[in-house]
Ligand binder design. Structure first.
Ligand code: NAD
Length: 493
């Protein structure tokens, strides 16, 4: 029998009430890693009750003290960075260097939010009446449901849980079923760092059972969700009917624009990293390449050369550039899109299949793929594939490139390679995405800046930076009248 993970509810590590478990697999080899609770509604309800009770005391713990606990969390994450990264690579597939970066995001967020314990600034402002004081302060809200995907098993949970905690909320965390181990390790660290019982609860289980219970539970005040558009829409609908606060971070169809005057060596490095890093399974992955016609042919040939040299394998092997996809369904989905692309008339330059190397047959591998002659209305240029598939689109001008970039339903990240400062600033102004990179790929967000997208990528909230605190706290306006008499705003002088 394999090791069994447990839920964490009200400060106790506990078996799921129904006693059911499912297997967690290594996507590079197919081996079973651990068994994970297939929890039910009952476990989720117990977790919400524990979080609701703990909120009464946690909201009164001074924010600097809450921050000190997060600081200890950051220290523990630092100490265990390499073992956590290794576990992540085994469970999720991304290459070790990237897994280390994923843990580092959690470390950065812990120290940043620890500092917010001593800031969490509100403001004072003059009152319009004499002898009256006015200020705005941040209030905790209540129980936050944290629902996360599998592609950033450490970074995404920490982006949500740490600001939720420093702002004084309590948490019920439901991680993706594909990456339970990192969630387990993170919650163990939170416990070890001194987070009181009930303040953070962990419930493993499916979206349809545990996720649904959380989003519709009347005692859950906040939902922070990262995942697909389809699920995100549903979460917003359910939550909307109860007027819950919801933050959605959804899919992307991110583009790199390369103008004729670009530094091509730099652009190619940025393209390879953004399109095939994490095997294309990043919300910010580049899946569209918008190229000015003067360099289109040269760029295509040079990219084909580079792609042919990418080495597939286990992320633990230092020679590997591209790890496996998360599961078999992902391989099938990517392959279906490759067929759609060919049916639509795009030209398959390289890739477009599973590798025929017997050493890789047990894993969920797919060859890095490049399409050319792609036009903007094609499905491969519009829909999120979430795999190592890049589509090249030819344009004549900067204005046309920007138009193509903006003509998708998503708006997360975009990038432009150019040496022309005027073109760069025009792009900054006109690219309709939440994140814009100049002379860098579409990936590489830093934790102290707001993170999120426009249009179909979300619902207007931002994670990270101080923007995260705006989601996880409620503004309270406070008026203190020390005049000793009734003073009426807007009426008395
Ligand atoms: P998913 O929507 O399938 O699942 C995300 C989470 O939602 C999982 O924990 C899942 O169990 C849960 N869930 C599923 N059904 C639910 C329901 N009915 N109620 C409540 N919860 C439910 O997404 P995924 O496949 O895990 O992740 C990939 C997607 O995430 C991609 O679309 C990617 O672009 C997106 N993503 C976005 C960002 C961002 O910040 N914008 C970051 C990473 C990933």
């Amino acid at each position: 029998m394999h090791v069994r993970l447990l839920n964490f509810i009200g400060g106790q590590w506990s078996e799921p009430v129904n006693g059911q478990y499912h297997n967690d697999y290594n996507p590079a080899t197919g081996e079973v890693l651990v068994e994970v609770p297939r929890s039910s509604r009952e476990d989720a309800n117990r977790a919400v009750a524990a979080a609701k009770e703990a909120f009464q005391s946690w909201r009164l713990v001074p924010a600097p003290k809450r921050g000190e606990i997060l600081f200890r969390v950051g220290q523990l994450l630092m100490e265990r960075k390499s073992e956590l990264a290794k576990k992540m690579t085994q469970e999720m597939g991304k290459v070790l260097l990237e897994a280390e970066g994923d843990v580092q995001e959690g470390i950065d967020m812990a120290f940043y939010m620890a500092g917010e314990g001593r800031r969490s600034f509100g403001y004072t402002t003059p009152s319009e009446l004499p002898n009256k004081f006015a200020m705005a302060v941040r209030d905790p809200i209540g129980v936050a449901a944290i629902i996360t995907p599998w592609n950033f098993p450490m970074a995404i949970p920490t982006w949500k849980i740490f600001p939720a905690l420093v702002a004084g909320n309590t948490v019920v965390f439901k991680p993706a079923s594909e990456t339970p181990q990192l969630a387990y390790e993170l919650v163990k660290i939170l416990e070890e760092a001194g987070v009181p019982a009930g303040v953070v609860n962990l419930v493993f289980g499916s979206g349809s059972e545990v996720g649904e219970t959380l989003i519709s539970h009347p005692d859950v005040a906040l939902i922070s969700f990262t995942g697909s558009n389809e699920t995100g829409r549903h979460v917003a609908q359910v939550a909307g009917s109860q007027l819950k606060r919801v933050s959605l971070e959804l899919g992307g169809k991110n583009a790199i624009i390369v103008l004729d005057d670009a530094d091509l060596d730099l652009a190619i490095d940025g393209i390879i990293w953004s399109a095939f890093g994490t095997t294309g399974q990043r919300c910010t992955a580049c899946s569209r390449l918008i190229v000015q016609e003067g360099i289109y042919d040269v760029l295509r040939e040079r990219l084909k050369d580079r792609i042919a040299k990418l080495s597939l394998g286990s992320g633990l092997d230092s020679k590997t550039d591209v790890g496996p996809l998360i599961n078999r369904q992902a391989v099938e989905k990517v392959h279906k899109y490759v067929q759609i692309g060919q049916d639509e008339g795009a030209h398959l330059e390289i890739g477009g299949d599973v590798p025929h190397d017997s050493g890789l047959s047990a894993g969920n591998f797919y060859l890095p793929t490049l399409f050319t002659d792609v036009t903007i209305e094609m499905r491969i240029a519009q829909e999120e594939i979430f795999g190592p598939v890049l589509s090249m689109i030819k344009v004549k001008t900067l204005e046309e490139a920007i138009q193509v970039n903006n003509k998708v339903t998503y708006g997360l990240s975009s990038s432009i390679f150019t040496r022309n400062v005027n073109a760069a600033f025009q792009a900054i102004r006109d690219l309709a995405t939440g994140i814009v990179y100049i002379n860098a790929g579409t990936i590489g967000a830093e934790i102290h800046l707001p993170f999120g997208g426009t249009r179909g990528t979300g619902n207007g909230h931002r994670e990270a930076g101080t923007a995260a605190l705006d989601f996880f706290s409620e503004w309270k306006a406070v008026y203190v009248d020390y005049s000793g008499k009734l003073q009426r705003a807007q009426i008395d002088d």
